[in-house]
Design a protein around this ligand. Structure first.
Ligand SMILES: Nc1nc2c(c(=O)[nH]1)N[C@H]1C(S)=C(S)[C@@H](COP(=O)(O)OP(=O)(O)OC[C@H]3O[C@@H](n4cnc5c(=O)[nH]c(N)nc54)[C@H](O)[C@@H]3O)O[C@H]1N2
Ligand SMILES: Nc1nc2c(c(=O)[nH]1)N[C@H]1C(S)=C(S)[C@@H](COP(=O)(O)OP(=O)(O)OC[C@H]3O[C@@H](n4cnc5c(=O)[nH]c(N)nc54)[C@H](O)[C@@H]3O)O[C@H]1N2
Ligand code: SF4
Ligand SMILES: [Mo]
Length: 696
């Protein structure tokens, strides 16, 4: 779109791991991006970008953006580099891979990618085709919400959340382990309007987060106790005749067994487990039983514990008890991911590839690199769109693995991240303004095309371009490895459309010429046809899938949801949620955002601080059997007693580790290989008086 003779406005979509997938507009003058803003007409974005993406040009034109490929010249991690040409870099990677494949097979190569961008081309297809063609190890992508996906599918058949604006019809909203002010900000204008119409808000979070402001009720359970809380609420609903028996009869499977289970969770027991006052739980249960429609906004934090699957199943059962699925403004909202799935074959080209390699769980990347895996050792790791040195659990194992002399590591990123610093070769990546892609937010039912607004900075290349260079160098010549980004989009869209009516009116041309397109009617209410794609065709309160996994078929709470290995009661439980100003570790290197997020700190309740002799702003050491890190103590009753909060995402400090995953466990949850970041306990000791204050 032309604005005037010298300035162009280019439509794009925010690529970050955020349900909103905002429509962006970039103003470009003489080839340079001079402004970025939210699309005014976009139904969610409504003209504004969040705090972390508003200063995006600081990221795009950051002086530390990588400009050329780099090769390590000192010891691993010594941060000494020499520039390389792309030809040299690709030739070296291909030569190393050919030797590795000859000696140990292609499964010795592992691609590791996750959430840098969520685009169809630059993430989904770039994470699939070349690697499948090689026969490389597959990555089990379970760091974020795998247990939620598993539990919701087992219970409801599909993740089909209502669009944000349906909360305008809610009488009660529950943010359960969810901080949307920071993590789904474009929900909030709808929430505010709903509140103006009288909707009540309950927040369930050990922390008084930004999203608890304006709540009518705030329950502060101990982390990992949400399944017990949900079952306690269920029992109260059953005891007080607040269930919708007719609905349960018609739409639920296994209520009798569920009821029996719920009877074990009387309020006194649940109060003791959760640390929430029985009276407060009762108040919540009564609000939930009486105010309808009631919608639960399920956050991801509650699935990141050792019992993540059962936790989500317990919460997901509540809307069934009160007959809230299929009702506008009611039910549960977590992801719109299952409205449709991209055609798997079109993404992966399995039929044209060798049998898929073994699967390696990304949460166990450190252990896998250190040799804890079936089959040949990993000899080469290719990281893109991810920063496991900061974001993966159990950092000391990740580092130990990355420092293996015989491991050949390539990292493709925009910046020299903590992970890139451990690489043998670093490749410069384009930003979203420099690449083409298609996005589909998981909080709404819109597709947004991303036009490249400016030329790549320096010699940076997109993920898909790098995959093409590597494909060519490995001697592959299948055309599907060399499609343009638009051809990829067109091909996947065409195949997916064949058996999916939702895409019947959507084409590449339309995507390119519209800022966004809807693939579901905005008034569609998930499950209002009474159809659940489960074995029984109903909401499965009793799940055979769980039974066959050796788990309780009805949701349960188990104590190990709260604890990591080697923990004791004298340790504080530690949660490490998302930062307001970063997306995971992305954006955490921007000075303006560091300043606003404040120095890496740990929030402590005054009683917990006093017991440990810790003063406000004092430097403290957080430690457990896995490792340690340093933070500044901030004492506040925003966090409940017995729990500490350390925001995730900061990069490692210059002189000492302050990233929180030095303490987290790589133990997997009950289902789907899910991470368990929030099942963590640490000791916290004061180490020196300090007046460091708030600056980074
Ligand atoms: N600003 C920002 N936005 C983001 C991200 C980001 O890093 N920054 N990351 C994106 C990604 S990848 C994701 S997955 C989502 C995550 O976004 P959310 O779903 O909102 O999840 P979290 O931020 O992990 O945690 C939300 C809240 O849950 C609380 N919590 C922690 N453990 C428990 C528990 O056991 N029980 C209960 N009831 N509450 C608990 C935390 O204190 C926190 O306030 O956000 C996305 N959006
Ligand atoms: N303690 C704790 N740890 C957590 C969590 C938690 O709650 N607590 N949350 C977890 C969750 S939910 C998630 S999703 C993971 C996320 O973990 P990761 O997926 O590793 O996310 P980031 O740390 O943001 O790293 C993304 C990297 O991709 C790069 N990047 C961005 N765009 C591109 C691109 O187009 N191409 C290439 N090549 N690179 C690009 C960015 O610069 C950045 O360095 O972290 C997890 N880690
Ligand atoms: S991170 Fe989320 S809220 Fe922020 S601009 Fe991107 S999509 Fe919008
Ligand atoms: Mo995530």
């Amino acid at each position: 779109m032309k604005k005037n003779e010298t300035e162009f406005v280019i439509n794009g979509t925010c690529p970050h791991d955020c349900p909103d997938a905002c429509g962006m507009q970039t103003r470009v003058r003489a080839g340079r991006a001079v402004g970025i803003s939210g699309q005014a007409e976009h139904p969610l974005t409504a003209g504004w970008l969040c705090a972390k993406v508003a200063p995006y040009l600081e990221r795009v034109y950051h002086p530390q953006r990588l400009q050329t490929p780099l090769k390590r010249i000192g010891a691993k991690g010594s941060n000494q580099w020499q520039a390389l040409s792309w030809n040299e870099a690709i030739d070296e990677i291909a030569a190393r891979w050919r030797t590795i494949i000859r000696q140990q097979g292609a499964e010795s190569i592992l691609p590791y990618s996750y959430s840098g961008t969520l685009g169809l081309v630059q993430m989904t297809v770039a994470s699939a085709r070349l690697w499948n063609r090689l026969g490389a190890s597959q990555l089990e992508r379970s760091i974020c919400m795998a247990a939620t996906r598993h539990a919701v599918r087992a219970t409801l058949g599909a993740r089909k959340s209502p669009p944000y604006h349906h909360v305008l019809d809610s009488k009660l909203l529950i943010f359960w382990g969810h901080n949307p002010v920071s993590t789904a900000p474009h929900l909030m204008p709808f929430v505010k309007r709903a509140q103006q119409r009288g909707c009540k808000l309950v927040v369930i979070d050990p922390l008084q987060s930004r999203s608890t402001r304006g709540a009518d009720l705030h329950l502060q359970p101990l982390p990992g106790t949400d399944a017990a809380l949900a079952l306690g609420v269920a029992r109260e609903l059953i005891d007080k005749g607040l269930c919708d028996d007719a609905w349960l009869q018609q739409h639920a499977h296994g209520f009798a067994e569920f009821r029996q289970q719920a009877m074990r969770y009387d309020l006194e027991r649940v109060a003791a487990i959760t640390g929430v006052d029985a009276e407060q739980i009762r108040e919540f249960a009564h609000l939930y039983g009486k105010l309808k429609p009631a919608m639960i906004r399920l956050g991801d934090a509650v699935n990141r514990n050792c019992q993540g699957g059962q936790t989500v199943r317990a919460i997901a059962s509540l809307p069934a008890l009160t007959g809230q699925y299929g009702i506008r403004g009611g039910g549960m909202s977590c992801s719109t991911g299952d409205y449709f799935q991209w055609n798997d074959e079109a993404i992966n080209h399995w039929q044209d590839c060798p049998a898929p390699g073994r699967s390696i769980n990304m949460n166990r990347i450190g252990a896998a690199l250190c040799g804890e895996l079936d089959g040949p050792p990993i000899q080469s790791l290719f990281v893109f769109c991810a920063n496991p040195m900061v974001s993966a659990p159990n950092t000391s194992r990740v580092l130990q693995g990355l420092q293996r002399e015989d491991l050949f590591t390539v990292v493709h990123d925009l910046f020299l991240t903590d992970t890139a610093k451990q690489a043998d070769i670093v490749l410069p990546a384009t930003s979203q303004l420099e690449q083409v892609d298609l996005h589909r937010g998981y909080g709404h039912t819109l597709l947004g095309y991303n036009h490249a607004a400016i030329a790549p900075l320096g010699e940076s290349k997109s993920n898909w371009e790098v995959m093409q260079l590597l494909s060519r160098a490995m001697g592959f010549n299948e055309p599907w490895l060399f499609e343009t980004a638009d051809e990829v989009i067109d091909g996947v869209l065409t195949e997916t459309r064949k058996d999916n009516d939702r895409l019947s009116a959507i084409s590449l041309d339309k995507l390119r010429s519209n800022a966004w397109l809807e693939f579901a009617d905005k008034d569609e209410v998930p499950f209002n046809d009474g159809h659940y794609a489960t074995a029984s065709g109903k909401v499965e309160l009793h799940s055979k899938i769980y039974q066959e996994l050796g788990l309780s078929p009805v949701p349960e709470w188990r104590a190990d949801a709260c604890d990591s290995e080697n923990s004791s009661d004298s340790m504080l439980r530690l949660v490490s949620p998302a930062a307001h100003h970063f997306v995971n570790s992305s954006m955490a290197n921007l000075a303006s955002l560091q300043h606003r997020e404040k120095a890496p700190h740990v929030l402590l309740h005054p009683t917990d601080a006093a017991t440990r002799g810790i003063q406000d702003k004092q430097r403290v050491r957080l430690h457990n059997a896995r490792g340690h890190c340093y933070r500044i103590a901030r004492i506040s009753d925003a966090i409940r007693c017995g729990v500490a909060v350390a925001i995730n995402g900061y990069w490692a400090g210059a002189d000492a580790p302050d990233t929180i995953n030095w303490t987290t466990s790589d133990r997997l949850a009950d289902v789907a290989g899910q991470s368990s970041f929030q099942s963590n306990r640490v000791c916290i000791d004061a180490i020196e008086p300090t007046s460091t204050g708030d600056s980074p």
